[in-house]
Ligand binder design. Structure first.
Ligand SMILES: C[S@@+](CC[C@H](N)C(=O)[O-])C[C@H]1O[C@@H](n2cnc3c(N)ncnc32)[C@H](O)[C@@H]1O
Length: 364
C-alpha cells in the first residue's frame, strides 16, 4: 500500500484497489457541489459513497465540505472495504459507517429516505443502478452519477447505447454533450417511474467522465416532458430540436434531455461558494472558469459546433471563438461557449449562417 494526498485528505491506497488520479478535479467539483447543495436545501447531509473503492471521494466530501453529518461508504470488494476502514481510522472520522455489500443490497438495508445524497461511481455504465437510487434517496435529495461507457454514449456503439439507455445515438462532434443528455433523460424517466421529479443541477464532462448532479423530489405534475426530445440531423449536420410529442424524421439522436444542462441558480451559488472552500490554486482557477462556461451555456441550444471541424470542412483557417460569438450576437442570434472544450461554441443561428460566418472570418 502507499500513502497519497488529494485535496486536503491524506489516505492509503491498498494494492488492487481502484484509484484514478485523473478524476481528482471531478472530485473537487463534487466537494463544491455537495457544499452548495447543503446550502441550497438548508440542511446538513447524510451521504452515501456507494462505489467507494479507497473511499477518497467520500473522505473529501466529509473533510473538505464541512456539511456532511454522516458519511456511509460501501464497496463490494473486500480489499476496498478494508482499505476504507483503514482510511477512516487514519483520518479519525467519527461520523462514518462502512459496508462490504453489493449496491443492490446496500441501499435497501439502510432503507428508503436514509440518504440526502447518493453517489454512484461504478466502472462503465451507471444504467443498472439508477432506479434504486432515484427511489431510495430522500425527498429533495441529490443523486450524483458517473458514466465512463463513452463508446456507447458517444455513439461509437449505437446498439449498446440503445440496449442500455433506450436512445438512438449517432456519433457527432458534440458527442460528449449527447452523453450527458442521454444520462439526464435516463434519470428523468426513472423519476417518472417512481413518482419523482428529477432536475439536473449541474452536468459536467471532463477527463472521459460524464457526471450528473440531479435534484430529486416527490411529484408527478411537474414532469418535464417538454425538456425531453430529439435532435434531428437534417442535411449535412444541420440540427433541429424536437420535443417527444413532435413527429421526428430520421436520422435523429434521442430521446434525450433537450433542456438546460444546469440549473442557473445552482451554478450561481457554486460560483459564489468557490471562495468558501480551501481549494488548491490550480484547481481554483480551473473551477472558476469551468463554472463561468457552464453558466454561459445554460440558455443555448442542446448541441454545439466544433470550430476546427467546420474550418477544415470550409478550407479556411479557424477563426477565434470570440470573433465567431461576437459576429453571431451582432447578427441578433444567441451564441456562447460550451464547457465541453476550448474549440466549441453554441448558437441558435441556422447552420447556413454558421457556415457563412466561419467562411467570412476564416478568409481574413
Ligand atoms: C470506479 S471505482 C470507484 C472509484 C471511487 N469512487 C473513487 O472516486 O476513487 C468502482 C468501485 O465500485 C466497486 N463496485 C463495482 N460494482 C459494485 C457493486 N455492484 N456494488 C458495490 N460496489 C461495486 C468496485 O469494487 C470498485 O471499487
Amino acid at each position: 500500500m502507499k500513502l497519497l494526498k488529494e485535496g486536503s485528505v491524506s489516505f492509503y491506497l491498498f494494492n488492487d484497489v481502484f484509484y484514478n488520479p485523473l478524476a481528482k478535479f471531478s472530485r473537487t467539483f463534487g466537494v463544491l457541489a455537495i457544499y452548495t447543495f447543503s446550502k441550497y436545501v438548508g440542511r446538513g447531509l447524510v451521504v452515501a459513497d456507494s462505489f467507494a473503492a479507497s473511499g477518497i471521494r467520500g473522505l473529501r466530501y466529509y473533510v473538505e465540505s464541512n456539511v456532511v453529518d454522516k458519511i456511509v461508504f460501501n464497496d463490494k470488494n473486500p480489499v476496498a472495504y478494508q482499505n476504507i476502514v483503514y482510511n477512516i481510522k487514519f483520518n479519525k472520522i467519527k461520523d462514518a459507517r462502512v459496508f462490504n455489500l453489493n449496491y443492490f443490497v446496500f441501499l435497501p438495508i439502510l432503507g428508503r429516505g436514509h440518504f440526502d445524497v447518493i453517489d454512484i461511481d461504478p466502472y462503465g455504465t451507471p444504467a443498472p443502478y439508477i432506479d434504486l437510487a432515484i427511489s431510495f434517496v430522500k425527498n429533495r435529495g441529490l443523486i450524483i452519477i458517473t458514466a465512463t461507457d463513452l463508446t456507447a454514449l458517444c455513439g461509437l456503439y449505437p446498439r449498446a447505447a440503445f440496449r442500455k439507455y433506450g436512445s438512438d445515438v449517432i456519433k457527432t462532434d458534440f458527442c460528449h454533450e449527447v452523453a450527458l443528455r442521454v444520462l439526464i433523460k435516463e434519470l428523468v424517466f426513472a423519476g417518472g417511474r417512481h413518482n419523482r421529479i428529477v432536475l439536473p443541477l449541474a452536468s459536467m464532462f471532463s477527463e472521459q467522465y460524464a457526471r450528473i448532479y440531479a435534484y430529486v423530489y416527490d411529484g408527478r405534475r411537474d414532469f418535464p416532458k417538454n425538456n425531453l426530445g430529439y435532435i434531428e440531423i437534417t442535411n449535412d449536420r444541420c440540427y433541429s430540436v424536437k420535443r417527444v410529442s413532435d413527429s421526428v424524421n430520421k436520422p435523429y439522436i434521442g430521446p434525450l434531455w433537450i433542456g438546460s444542462l444546469h440549473d442557473k441558480e445552482f451554478i450561481e451559488y457554486m460560483i459564489k461558494y468557490v471562495d468558501k472552500l480551501n481549494i488548491e490554486e490550480s484547481e481554483y482557477k480551473r473551477l472558476k472558469s469551468l463554472l463561468k462556461l457552464m453558466k454561459e451555456e445554460i440558455e443555448l441550444p442542446p448541441y454545439s459546433f466544433k470550430v476546427s471541424k467546420l474550418a477544415s470542412k470550409l478550407r479556411v483557417s479557424p477563426p477565434t471563438l470570440i470573433d465567431i460569438i461576437d459576429r453571431l450576437k451582432g447578427m441578433g442570434f444567441k451564441a456562447g461557449r460550451s464547457h465541453l472544450g476550448k474549440d466549441y461554441f453554441k448558437t441558435n443561428a441556422p447552420y447556413h449562417v454558421v457556415l457563412e460566418v466561419l467562411e467570412d472570418l476564416g478568409k481574413k
